[in-house]
Write a protein that binds this ligand. Structure first.
Ligand SMILES: C[S@@+](CC[C@H](N)C(=O)[O-])C[C@H]1O[C@@H](n2cnc3c(N)ncnc32)[C@H](O)[C@@H]1O
Length: 310
């Protein structure tokens, strides 16, 4: 079974094909779907595909969007099929993970190693920021390997086709905040959390975030915090998904040592970070061994304490 069969296209489906090239997959998708929308960067390829369906029964059910898949707004679709250059694998994947409304599935060919990272597990070499972010938002199945000798000329690496289904409902987490934390702790995944989270650069970032959240919180409470003065309440809305964290922070304001003007210092934020790690018994843990649930719990513990990664 090839990519088209694995996509399990139904008669009622709108299929989005990325990079149709000369249209080999396109014609097979048209035989099965209600409609195919193809996004192709190369104008010569666009003409090739159009020529291929001209005068056939498929002419009316194919729409071609000429452009870069990373730049064009994607239309509604049920199923996506993609075979595109591997240098856009990561941005394409993240565009799809954020795509709404949700689609039924995406069947995509990636480089073997990239595909393996998508389904990697903790305590393996492949477990990385890509694995964690993908598995937070989607379920990925490895479908089949495509040997490099199937291509002319053969590339340097093998490929693999995977199926991606978005988690529905999506996890209740602010993705920017989540990815901010994942970036920091997976930058050196074998170091302890205490070591990665208390470097000078990380503390600088966290202190700036803590102070922004405090200012927002003060403004929302009607005070004259640094954000926006008298109009701050309407202007300084926290990012979507951050509301819970801001409420939790309000409750803590009295206890958390504000210094004078209410701004936290790096030393104070270091203490906040260390106290969360200690309370959760996580000082000695390493990102390399943490699964998604461990990481969600870690982010939640930090947010409750008023520590933010975005
Ligand atoms: C490997 S070919 C795929 C050919 C065809 N799908 C097949 O299986 O026979 C990749 C295609 O993706 C197109 N492409 C490359 N970058 C693209 C982008 N950023 N957006 C849309 N299409 C792109 C190329 O022009 C090319 O036609």
């Amino acid at each position: 079974m090839g990519i088209v069969d694995r996509a399990a296209v139904k008669r009622t489906d709108v299929v989005l094909e990325i990079g149709p090239g000369t249209g080999n997959l396109t014609v097979r998708l048209l035989e099965r779907a209600k409609r195919v929308i193809a996004v192709e960067l190369d104008t010569r390829m666009v003409r090739e595909v159009m020529k291929r369906v001209e005068g056939t029964e498929w002419e009316k059910s194919l729409q071609i969007i000429q452009g870069d898949v990373l730049k064009v707004p994607l239309p509604f679709f049920d199923v996506l099929v993609a075979n595109v250059p591997y240098n856009i694998s990561s941005p394409l994947l993240f565009k799809l993970l954020a795509h709404r409304p949700m689609f039924r599935c995406a069947v995509i060919m990636f480089q073997e190693e990239f595909a393996q990272r998508l389904t990697a597990r903790p305590n393996t070499d492949m477990w990385c920021r890509l694995s964690v972010n993908t598995q937070l938002l989607a379920k990925v199945d490895q479908l089949f390997k495509v040997n490099r000798n199937n291509f002319r000329p053969p590339p340097k690496v093998d490929s693999r086709v995977v199926r991606i289904e978005l988690r529905n409902p999506p996890p209740p987490v602010n993705f920017t905040e989540w990815d901010g934390m994942i970036r920091v702790i997976f930058n050196r995944k074998h170091k302890t959390l205490r070591a990665t989270l208390t470097t000078k650069a990380t503390l600088k970032l966290l202190t700036s975030n803590v102070n922004t959240y405090r200012a927002i919180s003060r403004a929302a409470a009607g005070g004259n915090g640094p954000v926006g003065g008298g109009h701050a309440k309407s202007k300084a809305k926290p990012a979507r998904g951050a509301a819970v964290a801001v409420d939790a922070m309000d409750e803590e304001k009295e206890g958390e040592g504000d210094v004078g003007d209410g701004r936290a210092t790096e030393a104070e934020v270091k203490e906040m970070v260390e106290s969360v790690l200690e309370r959760e018994s996580l000082e000695g843990r390493r990102a390399a061994s943490m699964d998604i649930d461990d990481l969600l719990a870690l982010l939640s513990a930090f947010n409750e304490k008023g520590v933010h990664f975005a």
